[in-house]
Design a protein around this ligand. Sequence first.
Ligand SMILES: [Fe+2]
Length: 228
Amino acid sequence: MNQYVTGTVIKELREKNRMTQAQLAEKLGVSDKCVSKWETFRGYPDITLLEPIADVFRISITELLSGNTVHNENVSANMMKSEFYVCPVCGNVIHSMGEAAIHCHGIQLVPLESEPADERHIGMIERVEDEYYVRIDHSMTKEHYISFVAEASSDEMQLVKLYHEGNAEAHFKIRGVRRIFFYCNRDGLFSMDPVKGIDDRESGYENNRERMELEKTADMLFGGKLPG
Ligand SMILES: [Fe+2]
């Protein structure tokens, strides 16, 4: 955590908000030269300016001082933008609908970036009536195990906590499921497309509209084509 607002933070916020030094100066009632000095480490904004600066950038004073700002637009609109945070000390799992500044055991947690399932973390998805049965081919020992499996749809998130004494498996209602995530305590977060994860023909998803919509959503959210 920074001790006080730094020039780097002010510059980053100003650029992110597409403001010139002059525009920021005008909003704060100071000279352009002042802003330039802050940004080049030749001075600090007076303490009475902290609140106005935070207001201009629509952030809290805590964020301004820590340099950890959170930008969430339309958080509730899409659960697909979900983030997972896992505490490396206690294994606490936190789900957030967008970016957040989260601490556990005194550690600022970072949102986990998911990787496509790999050969050491193979996820299998089967349709069993109206459910997806998800099984991960992976060890479940105290040292190395799958600690949760989750599914995300546009308006819902289901998270199943796993324990190393149990199996690496979970059941999810099929309706709306767009993405399946699972977390290995050692190797991190993985994700799978449930449509690609099962036999397309059998599922009836092949080339139909829902399939195409899913492709489009995945493309938008995860960038690039779906694997396979
Ligand atoms: Fe692993």
